[in-house]
Ligand binder design. Structure first.
Ligand SMILES: [Zn+2]
Length: 381
C-alpha cells in the first residue's frame, strides 16, 4: 500500500491535510504521542485511540537495546508487540546516540557507542539502522542522521548536515535493498533536514535531500535543542520555502502548545514531543490559561477540572482537588490522569487548528489562543 498526502485547505503556509499510511489515515496538522520504549508512558493504546490520537512514535535506539528488534520482529513487529494498529513512526536513534557524549565515537562510517543500560558496545551505521527499523516495522522510518547541539557554529553544523545527506544516500540504498528482498508491509523513509540555525545550510540541505530521492515526506531535525524560539521559527520559514508543498513535513521533538501553533503557521504538519507525558508524570498540566502545577496548595479544595474547556475523560470526571490529592499521596492514578489530559490537550489543539485552517480563521484564532495561553503564566516547578 502506498503513502499519500492530500491537502484539503490552507491559510498562508498553514495546511490541513490527510496523510495516508498502510495503517490508516492521519488528519493533519497532528500531534503524535511518543512511545519511546513501545509504550506511551502510563497510557493504554485504547486510551490513545479514544482521545483521537492517530499516530504514535517508538524509538530505534531504545528498542534495539531492549528488548531487541529481532525479538520484536519475531513477535510480529512493533504494531502487534504493543497492540497499536494505527500509523506509527520510528525515530532512527541518531538523537539518542549523539546525546551519549562520553559514550560514543563518530566516524564517517557511523557511530560506536556504549549502551546506557549495561555498557555493552554497539555500532549504528546508516545500513544497520535501516535493518533495525525494518525489523521494528513502523510505517514511517527516519534516516540515521548526525545530530548536533542547537548553538553549534557554522563549521560544525555544515559538517553534520553534509554527513547527514551522505548518510541519507546510504540509508536509501539499504532501504531499497531490504524492500526488494522482503515481502513485508511497506514503509516510507523520511529524510531529515539538518543545518542548525544557519539559513544557508538549511537551504542547501533541503535541496540536496530532494536531489537524493523522491520522498513521501520530510522531517525537520535539530530544532528545539537549545536555540532561541525566533531562531527556530526563522529556520522553519526557510525550510517551508524549500520543501515541496505536496509532501507532509514533520518537525521532530517539538511539542509545546505555542510551538505547535507557530509550526503550523510555518507549514508543519506533524509534531511529536515527550513533554505531555513527562510533564504529566511530574504533575504539570497544560491548560488554555497556561501551565498548571497540580501540587499547588491552593488547589486543595478546588472543585474545577484541570481545564474547564477540556472534554477529556480526566476533566469530565475529576477535580483539581482530587488530582492534587493523588499526587500528594503518590498514587499512580494521578500521573496517568494528567498524562492523558496533556496528550489529549495537544491532540485536540491540532484538531482545532485543522478546523480553523479549513474555515479560513486560523490566523485570528491562533493569535487569540496564544494571547490567552500566555496571559496568565502559572509558575512551573
Ligand atoms: Zn482534560
Amino acid at each position: 500500500m502506498s503513502f499519500t498526502f492530500e491537502r484539503i485547505a490552507s491559510v498562508g503556509a498553514a495546511r490541513a491535510g490527510i496523510f495516508t499510511t498502510p495503517h490508516g489515515p492521519v488528519h493533519t496538522p497532528a500531534f503524535m504521542a511518543v512511545g519511546t520504549l513501545a509504550t506511551v508512558k502510563a497510557l493504554d493504546p485504547l486510551e490513545l485511540r479514544a482521545i483521537g490520537c492517530e499516530m504514535i512514535l517508538a524509538n530505534t535506539y531504545h528498542l534495539h537495546l531492549r528488548p531487541g528488534d529481532d525479538l520484536i520482529k519475531s513477535l510480529g513487529g512493533v504494531h502487534r508487540f504493543m497492540a497499536w494498529d494505527g500509523p506509527m513512526l520510528t525515530d532512527s536513534g541518531g538523537f539518542q546516540v549523539f546525546s551519549l557524549e562520553s559514550l560514543r565515537t563518530v566516524s564517517e562510517d557511523g557511530v560506536e557507542f556504549r549502551s546506557h543500560i549495561d555498557g555493552s558496545k554497539h555500532q549504528f551505521t546508516p545500513e544497520s539502522v535501516m535493518r533495525i527499523e525494518r525489523n521494528l516495522g513502523a510505517d514511517v522510518i527516519m534516516q540515521f542522521d548526525h545530530v548536533i547541539p542547537g548553538q553549534s557554529d557554522d563549521a560544525v553544523a555544515r559538517d553534520a548536515s553534509e554527513r547527514s545527506v551522505r548518510w541519507l544516500v546510504r540509508c536509501k540504498a539499504e532501504f531499497d535493498r531490504l524492500a526488494a528482498d522482503e515481502s513485508v508491509a511497506s514503509q516510507a523513509l523520511f529524510p531529515i533536514v539538518q543545518g542548525g540555525i544557519h539559513s544557508a545550510l538549511r537551504q542547501e540541505a533541503s535541496r540536496a535531500i530532494q536531489l537524493a530521492g523522491d520522498w513521501k515526506g520530510y522531517a525537520i531535525g535539530g530544532l528545539s535543542v537549545g536555540e532561541s524560539k525566533p531562531d527556530m521559527y526563522a529556520m522553519l520559514e526557510v525550510v517551508n520555502e524549500e520543501l515541496p508543498v505536496a509532501r507532509p513535513r514533520y518537525l521532530m521533538g517539538v511539542g509545546f502548545p505555542e510551538d505547535l501553533l507557530e509550526g503550523v503557521r510555518r507549514g508543519v504538519d506533524l509534531f511529536d514531543c515527550v513533554a505531555p507525558t513527562r510533564m504529566g508524570r511530574n504533575g504539570t498540566a497544560f491548560t488554555t490559561d497556561g501551565r498548571l502545577n497540580v501540587r499547588r496548595a491552593e488547589l486543595r479544595a478546588d472543585p474545577r477540572p484541570l481545564d474547564e474547556s477540556c472534554d477529556c475523560s480526566t476533566c469530565m470526571r475529576f477535580s483539581r482537588a482530587y488530582i492534587r490529592h493523588l499526587f500528594v499521596a503518590e498514587e499512580i492514578l494521578g500521573l496517568r490522569l494528567v498524562s492523558l489530559h496533556n496528550v489529549h490537550f495537544l491532540v485536540a489543539l491540532m484538531r482545532r487548528a485543522r478546523a480553523a485552517i479549513a474555515d479560513g480563521s486560523f490566523d485570528g484564532w491562533s493569535r487569540d489562543w496564544l494571547a490567552r495561553y500566555h496571559s496568565r503564566p502559572t509558575p512551573v516547578p
